[in-house]
Design a protein around this ligand. Structure first.
Ligand SMILES: NC(=O)CC[C@H](N)C(=O)O
Length: 494
């Protein structure tokens, strides 16, 4: 099958965004194109219509290609769980937890089989694949176990682009060094170099480009200017570097930056709200006085909860809630808001039963069985009757704790399916299992308007579309910038 491959000289060279842009450009030109990443490591994931879990970046790339995300687009997803272990998601299903050292032994063969099978499936439905590599293709110590980069490129005989991030410096050395370390047959697949994240004066780069082309014999097919972060960082490391572009907003919303924060793509629609200043607050930082506090999802809920307790952040959140502050939890965060959390089999880490923040009357048991599915529900809060779509990804099962304070008048189900979330009767503390909840435009605005009311601010219009539409605009802008600065003709298969 015809394929283009995008590899980077380093992580964060911009492979995901470039692949998304290429998907959109080629889809517009009439190609039946799909994204592919053999193996991804990320805590931001998405659930396909068939209930399979894949990296969120591949879902975004599929949307860019104008197609529905499927598990074949990312057959292996590794979700880091701490202590050098990861949960392995194979063809959309969680199949176990493995240490970095055992991964090769246990999963290399199965992994490659899954990759080749997925490629076969994709070949039946698409004309062209835009494949993304992972990290660098030249990690000498890891190459023999690399399932994602040049092994896939060779398998597909893919025209390969080598992307380098010039913003961090050392771009020439990165390109020359990477090419030097590839095997001759791998190097032969590299058909173009892309200089990414360029913010200097273009004329000053020309002599460097000329040198690079002469030295490597490979053309520089594009210089992509610095694009303000339009999409979520792939992993939580990026969050450390992430700065808000806004100085202030009418509403300030604090997201607790848990060490194993997962699915923080949930908050992109809030970040895209012009009137909202979204801040990621580490457990060691001061909570401040935001209009709402969000505890996000976590891959290791209990371990992250214990960190909130150890740092004093748990108490700060409890005090904030006691003073009437709005607190909400999504998935792992929802579980933390409950009275107890137990992981009897040590699925996520140390086995045991622990006290939660006791802000909602639930208790959670983490089980070996993962629920991953898309959902369509109808809201009871903050407004009755709004359709809400989202997806669940969790191993915990939560239920109400029987006690006097769980009398029906002290809480309310958030949606028509009561297992998906609760809100307390002051309507200030709520939690849900639904990821992607803020994508729902009308629902999001209804909730923001509650916060605005509390601050005496005028309501925002609620007749807004789903965040998907906004994402489409972002993808179009991205594709337009890349198209204007990248010559694809040299790598497009005929
Ligand atoms: N996505 C999440 O936040 C998952 C929460 C928790 N780790 C669970 O599996 O139940």
């Amino acid at each position: 099958m015809k394929a283009i491959m995008v590899v980077g000289t380093t992580s964060h060279a911009g492979k995901s965004l470039l692949s998304a842009a290429i998907c959109r450009i080629l889809a517009r030109r009439g190609w039946r194109v799909a994204p592919f990443k053999g193996q991804n490591m990320a805590l931001n994931s998405y659930v396909t219509t068939s209930g399979g879990e894949i990296g969120y970046a591949q879902a975004v790339q599929a949307w860019a290609a104008g197609v529905t995300p499927t598990v074949d687009m990312n057959p292996i997803l590794l979700k880091p769980q701490g202590n050098m272990t990861s949960q392995v998601i194979l063809k959309g299903k969680a199949v176990g937890r493995v240490s970095a050292t055992d991964y090769y032994e246990q999963y290399f063969e199965v992994g490659w089989q899954a990759i080749t099978e997925s490629l076969q499936h994709l070949a039946a439905d698409f004309d062209l694949l835009v494949c993304e590599g992972a990290g660098s293709p030249a990690e000498i110590n890891l190459k023999h176990r690399d399932l994602t980069n040049m092994r896939v490129a060779k398998h597909l005989n893919a025209s390969t682009l080598l992307v380098v991030d010039i913003d961090r410096g050392g771009a020439f050395a990165h390109v020359v060094g990477t090419l030097e370390l590839l095997e001759p047959e791998e190097r032969a697949l590299i058909r173009g170099i892309v200089i990414n994240k360029f913010r200097g004066q273009r004329s000053l780069l020309d002599s460097g480009i000329q040198w690079l082309e002469e030295r490597t014999g490979i053309p520089v097919l594009g210089v992509i200017p610095w694009i303000e972060e339009v999409f979520p960082a792939e992993d939580s490391l990026d969050l450390l570097e992430r700065k808000s572009h806004k100085e202030q907003g009418e509403l300030e919303i604090a997201v607790i930056r848990l060490p194993r924060i997962s699915n923080f793509t949930d908050f992109d629609p809030l970040e895209a709200e012009p009137s909202v200043l979204l801040k990621y607050v580490s457990p060691k930082q001061d909570l401040g006085h935001p209009d709402a506090v969000i505890i996000p999802g976590s891959k290791t809920t209990i371990a992250d909860l214990l960190i909130l307790q150890r740092t004093g952040m748990a108490e700060a959140i409890q005090q904030y809630a006691a003073a009437g502050g709005t607190v909400l939890g999504i998935c792992g965060g929802f579980q933390m808001l409950g009275k107890f959390l137990a992981d009897p089999e040590g699925v996520e880490g140390e086995a045991g039963r622990f006290k939660g923040l006791s802000l909602l009357p639930i208790q959670t048991v983490i089980t070996g069985q993962k629920i991953a599915r898309q959902r369509q529900v109808v809201s009871n809060f903050p407004q009755v009757g709004l359709p809400v779509a989202g997806y669940e990804i969790h191993q915990g099962r939560s239920r109400l704790v029987e006690s006097p304070d769980t009398a029906p008048n002290t809480y309310q189900a958030l949606f028509d399916d009561s297992s998906l979330g609760l809100v307390d009767n002051y309507q200030s503390v709520w939690g849900t299992y639904l990821h992607g909840i803020f994508d729902n435009g009308a629902w999001r605005r209804a909730w923001l308007n509650r916060l605005r009311q509390q601050r005496g601010l005028k309501s925002l219009p609620t007749g807004v579309s789903n965040y998907r539409k906004q994402r489409e605009m972002v993808l179009n802008t991205l594709a337009a910038i890349v198209e204007a600065n990248l010559d694809l003709t040299k790598i497009l298969p005929s």
